[in-house]
Design a protein around this ligand. Structure first.
Ligand code: SF4
Length: 1022
């Protein structure tokens, strides 16, 4: 066997191509038949790359358009082909393997010997971990009996998880034998024992390409069948010496071990690498000290590689940076499919890459497939089952009714009707609550008639999934198949036409997956599932299944995972997302067996994963002349630790060999200068920030797609401000609305004039507003029923009355945690504080004279002599026998505090006082003179008692409880001035409203921080 060592990158690709040109040229006349040659490669993608390369060579060499190609197989396909004629046990797929293991695990957990309880909770997660462990053990050729023998006498051998592993593994082996089936590891064991050494004798030549590592059993099979005189093994390394001398921690040690197990040694020949290549390949993952390596660094002028290590403020900026680099290269003539953009965690990065590359107009091909679970089709069918799991919660139903891929997609008006119904009925979900509300609804109201039938239809079809029974997997799959037919997913997907119909690809893959699960159900009819178990299994299977979009077109910039980037030639490589924990991926500690034991049994999990990741890093750094490595500095609010592999670049940094000629290399962020824009969205952002569009006319009129929109936006002249929005005819103003206007005129415009309010989630919890109004009602009813002073002696009785009133007020609310807490808060905090305040208050010789007193039609004259009306509702007015009175306002939240000067934020209470004095002269107990203004701090926001007399005339009396005694106490003149001032503020507010002045200038800037309408308001610009 010959081991051909080719360098990574384009030189290696050229050498490989030279080899194939020789092979092709060996048959100079048609027919060009090469199917007597067998090629074994690690991935399907490499297999396709081979196909293209061979066709290319035949075309160039002989001008032929076709050939009978060599037989190219992936390693797994190769083993399957060798296995087929052996008549061994039937090979099962991954889904069947997991079903079998889950069934066995559940059986053990329910038997009560191990862990003792909760099989439903533990089985899916535990069986997945056990399946992985058993897969690793069997791949290393360690049987259950051998494992038991190896751990006998060890102090961990009687741990429940270890006993479970051995028991499950034994049962698993027994079941496979009993049913005459096998898994991939069993297939390989069978192959090793039974395959004939001459199984590949029919091939004149065998080539192993790109296989740098394989398990022990796989290597044994290859050695037995493929290692012959006519076999060539192509491995990538800068030199054979690097492989033979690789230490155990070096990524090339995997290749070294693999070759030695094959009984082969690398050829020492080949062209000598250049100085830079030699330095880079020897310095990465070297055992030498960094200083020693740096001392050997070549002169930067002779180092031909352009290596950059850049960090950006976050992942979005990182992808934008990569996109701008790629775009520049394409503009300079790079072929799109010679540019590689790779990420260790492609699943997380891919949506961002797709979005930004599309914005930049970069043609790309994203490989690695996508998780089926993330497809709209899978999400739609899962939403049906999730509704059952969530007992038909409002959001789950809205997802179903709003999905264009399900049955109700034909009637788009249903989702908004259901949304209105849920909000109007204040129902957050629940099959019985919804049905009962629908039964009692008023026909024709809220469009409920239209949703009644569809909801009942949905409940009926999902009834089999609401049962609490257990059923075999095949029964669940039949039920699901019926549900899919009802939902009409296939027909709706087919409505979207075109070869790149992503939903059709996902739907086809989903059908294959469901068929595989149905077959597994038929194979193992004894295992039964509850609905949550089966649903978990289905979601997990969708998560692990991938589908390809589009399946065949692989042109454009290549966005690949690390494995897939092997076996190609690249002109430029971008390797992003280099974060610690992702690269190398953090693998959780094995929960079953200690790592040392696994190592001793050749099950190398943690170390193998690290070496594999290091191998990709090493390979990619040597695979192109221009390499850009990037990582984001932050993920949300959290700073990110860069990959430890980047430390390997230290000698290059110290030798001045990376980031040459670059200014900023960290904290990089998209520039918003027009000249730096690389995409239409970036240009639009930049243009929106410049004051003048001078000099841009040519660009904007160039006809480049997207520029017309920017030009139109610049040309758009906002309409001149309109007349006052408020009709002049408005003649009645409530004190509360004037208070809102004074706090923020723009907020007043949106909520009071335009009547807009943010749409809130439908909830059964009472809102803060509801809570406040309940508290007001209880306290009013208290004094309607309680005619005597509140005293310490009567406290128990008063408390009892408050409890009774609270029971009645909160009785109609849903029994939710939050509602119970609100009532509890009232009884334990607010009621007690209120009674404390009242005990003191009654000692002052005053009494509550008016409760929830309305004042309507209060005449009010504006500066121009016009008369309008004010209205108010005052929580309570306390008065003494002389007619001295105080305005009281109950507060369950915060309230404005008094200030030392006359200028006050307290607006409503002084105005109430002035209005009450004038309006209530003759309607009840006499109110001669206002002497104080009171807030009841029921929730304890200020740290004082409940009764807080925030402003009072100290010349009348000064024994009031107050949280700010100095600021609250005012002279008679000051107090009078404050009342007058509030009248004048009210006048100004009304005049400004009538003039249509709704500026976004709030009284307190802090209000904007929590303002729900800040998106609509032009606060930033004013
Ligand atoms: S963001 Fe500020 S200015 Fe704008 S409406 Fe809200 S509170 Fe008023």
């Amino acid at each position: 066997m010959r081991v051909l060592v080719v360098p990574q990158g384009n030189d290696g690709w050229k050498e490989k191509r030279r080899l194939w040109e020789e092979i092709i040229a060996s048959r100079p006349k048609p027919p060009y038949i090469y199917n007597d040659i067998l090629v074994i490669v690690p991935s399907s993608r490499m297999k396709r790359a081979y196909g293209r390369m061979l066709l290319d060579i035949v075309q160039i060499k002989f001008g032929a358009a076709a050939l009978v190609p060599p037989e190219i197989r992936t390693l797994h396909q190769h083993f399957e082909r060798l296995y087929a004629p052996l008549q061994g046990p039937r090979l099962i797929d991954e889904n069947s393997r997991i079903i079998l293991l889950e069934g066995i695990v559940k059986g053990h957990l329910t038997s009560g010997h191990l862990f003792g309880q909760k099989p439903d909770l533990l089985a899916p997660a535990l069986s997945a971990a056990l399946a992985k462990m058993i897969e690793q053990l069997s791949a290393a050729g360690v049987s259950a009996d051998e494992l038991a023998r190896r751990i006998m006498g060890e102090d961990f051998s009687d741990k429940p998880q270890v006993m479970l592993l051995i028991a499950v593994y034994r049962d698993y082996e027994r079941e496979l034998k009993y049913r005459n089936i096998t898994d991939p590891a069993g297939m390989r064991m069978h192959l090793r024992a039974h395959v004939e050494s001459g199984a590949l004798a029919g091939y004149t030549r065998i080539i192993l390409d790109g296989i740098h590592d394989a398990g022990k059993i796989e290597t044994d099979i290859l050695r037995k069948t493929a290692v012959r005189e006519n076999c060539t093994c192509i491995v990538q390394a800068t030199s054979a010496e690097l492989i033979t001398k690789a230490s155990v921690f070096h990524p090339l040690s995997l290749t070294k071990d693999f070759l030695s197990q094959l009984g082969a040694a690398p050829d020492a020949g080949g062209d000598a690498p250049d100085v830079g290549e030699r330095f880079l390949s020897s310095v990465l993952f070297s055992e030498r000290a960094f200083e020693t390596s740096t001392a050997e660094a070549p002169d930067p002028l002779s180092f031909s590689k352009d290596i950059r290590l850049l960090s950006t403020v976050n992942a979005r900026e990182e992808v934008s940076l990569i996109a701008s680099g790629v775009k520049q290269s394409l503009k300079q003539g790079a072929l799109p499919d010679s540019v590689l953009v790779a990420f260790p965690g492609l699943d997380e990065y891919a949506p961002l890459v797709e979005e930004i590359f599309t914005d930049y107009g970069i043609p790309y091909n994203r490989a690695l497939g996508r998780q089926l679970s993330s497809s709209p089709v899978a999400a739609a069918v899962v939403s049906l089952l999730r509704a059952c799991q969530e007992d038909f919660s409002g959001p789950s139903l809205l997802r179903i009714f709003g999905s264009a891929l399900l049955k109700f997609g034909e009637t788009p008006e249903l989702a908004p009707a259901l949304d209105r119904f849920i909000r109007h009925s204040r129902i957050t979900g629940g099959k019985h609550k919804l049905l009962s509300a629908l039964r009692h609804h008023v026909p024709g109201k809220e469009g409920n008639d239209s949703i009644c039938g569809p909801l009942e239809d949905l409940f009926d079809v999902l009834e089999p999934f609401s049962r609490k029974d257990t059923a075999p997997l095949s029964v669940w799959m039949d039920r699901f198949s019926h549900l899919m037919t009802w939902a009409g997913v296939g027909a709706r997907v087919a409505l979207i036409r075109g070869p790149l119909n992503i939903n059709l690809q996902a739907f086809n893959k989903m059908q294959d997956t469901l068929t595989s699960l149905s077959q597994a159900g038929k194979l193992f009819p004894d295992y039964r599932y509850t609905f949550p178990e089966w649903f978990f299994l289905l979601k997990k299977t969708f998560m692990h299944t991938r589908y390809q979009v589009p399946p065949e077109d692989e042109g454009g910039v290549q966005i690949l995972g690390l494995e897939e980037s092997m076996g190609h030639s690249w002109s430029e490589i971008y390797l992003g997302g280099l974060n610690d924990g992702v690269f190398p991926q953090r693998i959780p500690q094995n929960i079953f067996l200690p790592e040392q034991l696994l190592e001793a049994m050749a099950v190398r999990t943690l170390e193998k994963a690290r070496l594999n990741a290091a191998g990709h890093f090493y390979r990619l750094l040597l695979s192109a002349d221009k390499i850009t490595l990037t990582y984001p500095e932050n993920e949300g609010d959290r700073p990110v630790v860069p990959s430890p592999f980047l430390e390997e670049l230290t000698p290059l940094k110290q030798g001045g060999l990376i980031n040459r000629g670059l200014g900023k290399t960290s904290g990089i962020q998209c520039s918003l200068k027009i000249e730096d824009s690389h995409s239409i969205p970036e240009l639009a952002k930049a243009v929106s920030l410049v004051k003048s569009d001078q000099g841009l006319t040519d660009l904007l009129n160039s006809g480049i797609p997207g520029t017309a929109g920017i030009a139109a936006a610049i040309a758009y002249a906002p309409t001149a401000s309109t007349q006052a929005v408020l009709p002049k005819q408005k003649r009645v103003f409530s004190v509360t609305e004037l208070d809102l206007y004074l706090r923020c005129p723009y907020d007043y415009l949106v909520t009071q004039v335009l009547g807009l309010e943010p749409l809130e989630e439908a909830t059964e919890d009472i809102s803060p507003l509801d809570r406040g109004s309940k508290v007001h009602t209880i306290l009013k009813n208290f004094y309607l029923a309680w005619r005597n002073p509140v005293t310490r002696e009567g406290r128990v009785e008063a408390r009892g009355l408050l409890r009774k009133l609270a029971d009645a007020a909160f009785a109609d609310d849903a029994d939710t945690f939050r509602n119970r807490r609100e009532k509890e808060l009232f009884l334990t905090v607010m009621a007690e504080r209120f009674l404390d305040g009242e005990e003191e208050f009654w000692k002052q010789g005053m009494n509550p004279a008016y409760l929830e007193q309305k004042i309507d039609h209060f005449p009010f004259v504006l500066s121009n002599g016009e008369e309008i009306e004010l209205s108010a509702k005052i929580d309570r007015i306390d008065a003494d026998q002389y007619g001295n009175f105080m305005i009281v306002d109950y507060k369950t939240g915060k309230y404005p505090l008094p200030k030392m000067s006359i200028e006050q934020d307290i607006f409503q209470l002084p105005l109430y006082a002035a209005m009450a004095q004038a309006a209530l002269k003759e309607s009840g107990p006499a109110l001669t003179k206002p002497i104080g203004l009171v807030y009841y701090d029921l929730a304890g926001k200020t740290g004082g008692g409940a009764r807080d007399v925030v402003l009072y005339n100290k010349e009348e009396r000064d024994d009031h409880p107050s949280s700010k005694p100095k600021a609250s106490s005012k002279s008679a003149e000051e107090f009078e001035a404050i009342l007058k001032q509030s009248m004048s503020k009210a006048r100004t507010a009304i005049e400004r409203i009538l003039a249509g002045d709704f500026s976004s200038i709030p009284l307190d800037e802090n209000r904007c921080r929590y303002c729900p309408i800040d998106m609509m308001c032009k606060k930033e610009e004013t």
